[in-house]
Design a protein around this ligand. Sequence first.
Ligand SMILES: C[S@@+](CC[C@H](N)C(=O)[O-])C[C@H]1O[C@@H](n2cnc3c(N)ncnc32)[C@H](O)[C@@H]1O
Length: 462
Amino acid sequence: MPDRIIDKGQLALELPSTLPAIAIEPEWKGQPRLWGHSLHPMCSYLASFPAALAHAFIARYSRPGDVVLDPFAGRGTAPLQALAEGRIGVGNDLNPLAQVLTAAKVEPGLPAETRTRLAALRLAWNADAVAWLALGERVVAHPDGPGVGVPAPGSGRGPDAADEAVPIEVALAFHPRTLGQLLFLRSRLDLEDRVDRFLAGALAGILHGKTPSYLSTIMPNTFSMAPRYVRDFVALHGYEPPDRDAFDALSAKLDRLYRQPLPSSTGIALAGDARTAGRRARAALRSRGLPDRARLVLTSPPYLRVLKYGYYNWLRTWLLGFDARAIDAALDDAHHREPWMAFMREVLADLRPALTDDGIAVLVIGDVEMDRGKPSTSGHLLAERVWEEAAFPAGYRLAGLVRDEVAANRKMTRLWGDEAGKATKTDRILVLGATDAGRRRALAGADLPLDWTWPPTRLRPL
Ligand SMILES: C[S@@+](CC[C@H](N)C(=O)[O-])C[C@H]1O[C@@H](n2cnc3c(N)ncnc32)[C@H](O)[C@@H]1O
């Protein structure tokens, strides 16, 4: 027997206490970690979903030429995979780091363009290397001194410009030569320029990590360790940063990114709040003469109070000239359940008119079981609540729920020691129709067999 009645104006709908399952096998879990286009791993990003998961829904629920929209695009997995499969990929995010990464992937620099630009940058560096090296040496020699000024990101200014001081932890993380090169590149790369943005995204991706491909080995690649950890680590272990050449490392990174041909068309990367992503996506599509409604919305909303996208990326945000604190203040992942649900209601209401009449929305939702190391009850059965309190009131039709158990120790949220992986233990995937036609299409496509060959031979359902 249903145990709940929800009133919606005149309509009373009985909801079962557990949502119906949809017959989608989580085949993406059986795919190699790097399944999908070679641009996907440009830069690590917390809580990104695998490209194989994106494929499972893009191939099933859209056709070539359709618009696929992700209002919380993160590092751009869904829009890039959509483009790689011949769809029109549109991403949106409020985090400027996410927007840069998404834009770098959906409007990439062509291999010849980025290599030419990198060669020009290397020549310009060579011409002025002595002064930039001296700047790197000065910053590293006085990490906590009165503050050695360096040029602002994207300013194009030379090594004598003293626009801003360098955080101590940045000075501790890099060898003086690497830092001099980074300060040079940071001053030269213009994030408004498509080719420079691609290089900046690639550079952010190799900033820190534990193998020789990275410019600092002080922290893992997945996220930035806390600034205090960096200071303590250096004090305790006398960390000596390796002497890595940023130009060589960037060139090797480009080789990896361009292993596969770029998608044959470009997409759209929007910057802004997901609450208005639907209407802004439509306007952007219309202005390019493209169909302005999405056949598929595929997205993973920010999890309840789990991640601070600014703080856990502070070294990358420094490189790109973004304020980590401002990012965390702006994003909607620090809410408790009630305001979060109201937020999701607004997001879904704005998205619905941006879906075609038979459009489908797929929401990958983390069931938060631990909250900053403490058990969380508010995240329990989050997907069910999203349906009842956000999607249903916005007029969606429920096709069903896919359970995607995430191996606890495999998930990236290793932020709380023993609680590793428990913050987002279970992903639940809510499949919705924009209308009843969308719901029926979602159900009809659920068990279509997919081709998992990559690079693709045929990407449509078999
Ligand atoms: C779980 S992540 C999405 C990851 C993405 N699926 C990927 O593969 O990279 C959630 C995203 O929501 C973004 N976000 C948080 N609040 C937002 C808001 N109000 N509007 C738009 N994006 C927001 C965060 O910056 C983050 O990138």
